[in-house]
Design a protein around this ligand. Structure first.
Ligand SMILES: Cc1ncc(C[n+]2csc(CCOP(=O)(O)OP(=O)(O)O)c2C)c(N)n1
Length: 304
């Protein structure tokens, strides 16, 4: 763990304990996702759960941010391009101190700051409004280009879905980022192998079936061909994730290539009945299912 870790992480040095603390935070975030969506009776489950470990590692370990001062001009920026996964980001922001955890209970209510998709004008900690798939990386390119122009040294991180890669605008952004030498831009692709009603047009490790027409799509080669530095990780392994984040930051300082992290994840990760099925892309858990989720995530009454 780096020296400038989040001060709230009360763990002595030594990766095992640090990772245990990140894992605890991830379980908490996953509980808030499933529980909040159940209480609000609206929202997504599978995508937020698949990106949870990636976001927890980012917000509790990597980003240079100050929840007390969300608009600090020198802060690192984050864009949730797969904006339908907002409840996952809100849960992380709440635990990180941007707003009270109790506020999650207002999720998706008409007068709430926490709308179904992120709104930069409403919610502290949201840098770009998103929800229409395909646009977030372009926003990231603009922000990163702006940073370069004014010689600011913050980084811009963008989280994309693998289904989202079917949007053409994503590829214009991949192309232009390397054209402008945006090494300060880091994209993470949440390769969970599922989208809303089935499979995306790129394979992931879990879902590599040679009979599928897109089985030979080599994302690593394509993105590398677009001029990006490409890293590949297990998106549920904190060691892997943090190593890649560190390498991406080093790359940002030493080269003129943007970095993309291909993160192999499972949709619905962490809860048995949501894992690995597009049917829980969105959905509302019953009381019985909530009890199962609570048990599997080892959530005790005291933390609620
Ligand atoms: C332009 C656009 N088309 C369709 C949708 C509806 N939609 C919301 S989520 C989703 C699937 C996204 O899949 P993926 O990017 O893989 O996300 P994840 O698996 O992480 O949920 C779709 C089609 C949208 N939000 N924007």
């Amino acid at each position: 763990m780096s020296e400038d870790a989040w001060p709230g992480l009360d763990t002595p040095s030594g990766t095992t304990q640090q990772h245990a603390e990140l894992a605890r935070l991830s379980r908490l975030v996953r509980w808030h996702i499933v529980n909040t969506v159940a209480q609000s009776k609206a929202g997504h489950i599978g995508g937020p759960l698949s990106m949870t470990d990636l976001l927890v590692a980012l917000y509790f370990q990597q980003l240079r941010i100050d929840p007390e001062n969300p608009q600090d001009p020198s802060r690192d920026r984050f864009v949730l391009s797969k904006g339908h996964s907002a409840i996952g980001l809100y849960s992380v922001l709440a635990l990180r101190g941007y707003f009270p955890v109790d506020e999650l209970a207002t999720f998706d209510h008409g007068d709430s700051r926490l709308q179904g998709h992120p709104d930069m004008k409403l919610t502290p900690g949201i840098d770009v409004s998103t929800g229409s798939l395909g646009q977030g990386l372009s926003a990231g390119v603009g922000i990163a280009l702006g940073a370069k122009k004014i010689r600011a040294d913050y980084r811009t991180w963008v989280m994309l879905g693998d289904g989202e890669l079917q949007e053409g605008m994503v590829w214009e952004a991949f192309n232009s980022a390397s054209r402008y030498g945006l090494s300060n831009l880091i994209a993470i692709i949440d390769l969970n192998g599922l989208q809303q009603f089935g499979w995306p047009a790129v394979p992931n490790r879990d879902r590599f079936d040679r009979s599928e027409p897109w089985a030979h799509v080599d994302l690593r080669a394509i993105l590398s061909g677009f001029g990006w530095n490409v890293l590949e990780v297990d998106g549920h392994d904190f060691d892997d994730i943090l190593t890649a984040y560190g390498a991406a930051e080093k790359n940002a300082a030493a080269t003129d290539r943007p970095t993309v992290i291909l993160a192999h994840t499972a949709k619905g990760q962490g809860v048995s009945f949501t894992r690995g099925t597009y049917k829980w892309h969105n959905g509302v858990a019953t009381d019985e299912q909530l009890a199962i989720a609570r048990r599997e995530l080892a959530i005790e009454e005291a933390v609620l």
